[in-house]
Design a binder for this molecule. Structure first.
Ligand SMILES: [Zn+2]
Length: 481
């Protein structure tokens, strides 16, 4: 039986490989520590190593220089609930159905944390966004799940391993007394330091930072580094309210306002990146960084008035769905040169099947994601917006089709088809008769929508109501109807 020992393997890994050999079983690939970091609302176009003109992401850039960066990575949805659920299940939103606040993940679906826990990983999550939390049953599979926006005893959910998973039941009187807050990045390093002190043998750490999501209000040193000191308009506070008022037409956004909002978002991103750097330093100090498999990505992007809208949720243009995806494999795993860039069309749904592929773990069949290592061929990704009657779209390597069946305020009408080679900003939709590819893609999209409608009809609704305090917190993050 061939046993591959390689330079950089930790003592622990070598011991476990040798123990498996002694026991007469194939040890398979070594099990590395795994760290999955989501930076909420991080659009790929703002990332320095993906071509952005500002230096926003030195620590992500350094990670990319050591690992693989996917330049064409997309979330299947421009919003948190569906984007996070797709990342954690490898499924399209139309199949996991965590598609609005109040919807919950069905217990029979398998999450990445469940797969890893079954393999002996200690699974720990810490999250900043209610829309990626136990409010949607997204804690499924975690041994411990910290909801940093809560305080006191509601903050940590310790979940039993094995056996039926108890529903988190809400004590309404307690929920009303509960104080919730907008989480800042500096709450994360102490959490990670605490976990590392506990010395988990085989950790899976999942961290969902809020930065660069609005409000764009980083510490002053980041704000002054990016914002024009002469700017005195209404967007200078980086608050969510002004963005919402602008979408409603109550505040007008001139070019200087767009530049200011963008600068503050970049400042918030640079702050979040610095926090990620602190987390990497903690991993290094604990001796885990080199042997860890690290993934950094986002749940969706962010719009800066390219299509008359701020933020995310409601459109399918690339600024809302294209995200960074960086993978650093452990020393010795895979045959990939440091700093590799892949232009393959990939999705955040690919993270789960890729981890199963790299680590040779049994994963669920019939996923919508595919292993990143095999994502070279032609592909089309189905997209959906955050509406009860959603807009669907199809992204291929060179085109975008958007089917506006249920126009809402601010959205276009009919079908839009973009040739992204000639129109990467998606400003000039082609006549469908001009684009041979369009009718084929429309058929594919209609088939997908038909399937999703059937799944939604056949699936018992799983939902839990939000408390008034939880609704308030979502308001502060701009989740306003
Ligand atoms: Zn989000």
């Amino acid at each position: 039986m061939p046993v591959r020992l390689h330079r950089g393997m930790s003592r622990l890994t070598i011991v476990s490989v040798l123990a498996a050999v002694a026991a007469g079983c194939d040890p398979g690939p070594p099990r590395p520590p795994i760290v999955l970091i989501v930076m909420d609302a991080l659009g790929a176009e703002h990332v320095s190593h993906l071509g952005y003109e500002r230096e926003t992401t030195p620590h992500l850039d350094a990670l990319a220089a050591e690992g693989i960066t996917f330049t064409q990575a997309f979330s299947p949805a421009p919003y948190t609930q569906a984007g996070i659920a797709s990342l954690l299940t490898g499924l399209l939103p139309g199949r996991h159905l965590v598609v609005h606040s109040g919807a919950t993940l069905r217990g029979e679906l398998v999450t990445l944390a469940e797969i890893l826990r079954a393999q002996g990983y200690r699974t720990r999550g810490a999250v900043s966004n209610l829309n990626g939390s136990s409010a949607l049953s997204l804690e499924q599979g975690f041994d411990s799940f910290l909801e940093l926006f809560r305080e006191g005893e509601q903050r940590e959910r310790i979940l039993p391993s094995g056996g039926p998973r108890p529903r988190v039941t809400r004590d309404d009187s307690r929920a009303e007394r509960e104080t919730l807050h907008v989480v800042r990045g500096d709450e994360f390093p102490p959490v990670v330091a605490g976990w590392l002190e506990e010395g988990d043998e085989l950790p899976f750490y999942y961290l969902h930072l809020l930065e660069p999501h609005c409000p764009y209000q980083p510490p002053e040193e980041f704000r002054t580094r990016f914002l024009d000191p002469e700017y005195a308009g209404p967007f200078g506070e980086g608050d969510t309210k002004t963005l919402v008022q602008s979408v409603r037409g109550e505040v007008t956004a001139e070019a200087a306002d767009v530049a200011a909002a963008r600068a503050l978002y970049d400042a918030n991103l640079a702050y979040g990146d610095a926090i990620v750097g602190e987390i990497f330093d903690l991993l290094r100090a604990a001796g885990l960084y080199d042997e860890a498999l690290i993934v950094v990505t986002s749940d969706h992007g962010e719009a800066f008035w390219q299509h008359d809208l701020w933020g995310h949720n409601l459109h399918l243009y690339d600024e809302m769905i294209r995200v960074p995806l960086i993978v650093k494999l452990p020393d010795g795993m895979g045959d990939v040169a440091p700093g590799t860039r892949s232009d393959a069309l990939v999705s955040t749904m690919d993270v789960l099947p890729s981890l199963c592929d790299w680590l040779d773990l049994p994963g669920p069949r019939d996923l919508d994601g595919i292993p990143l290592a095999s994502a070279d061929g032609p592909r089309s990704l189905v997209l959906r917006t955050n509406h009860k009657e959603p807009t669907y779209g199809l992204r291929t390597q060179g085109s975008k089709l958007i089917l506006h069946e249920n126009p809402v305020a601010g959205s276009r009408q009919g079908i839009e088809f973009f040739d992204l080679a000639s129109d990467p900003g998606e400003q000039s939709p082609l006549e469908l008769t001009q684009a041979e590819r369009a009718s084929e893609q429309l058929d594919e999209l209609l088939d997908a929508r038909f399937l999703f409608d059937r799944i939604a009809q056949e699936t018992a609704a799983a939902a839990q109501e939000l408390s008034p305090n939880e609704e308030d917190l979502l308001d502060q993050l701009g989740y306003t109807e």
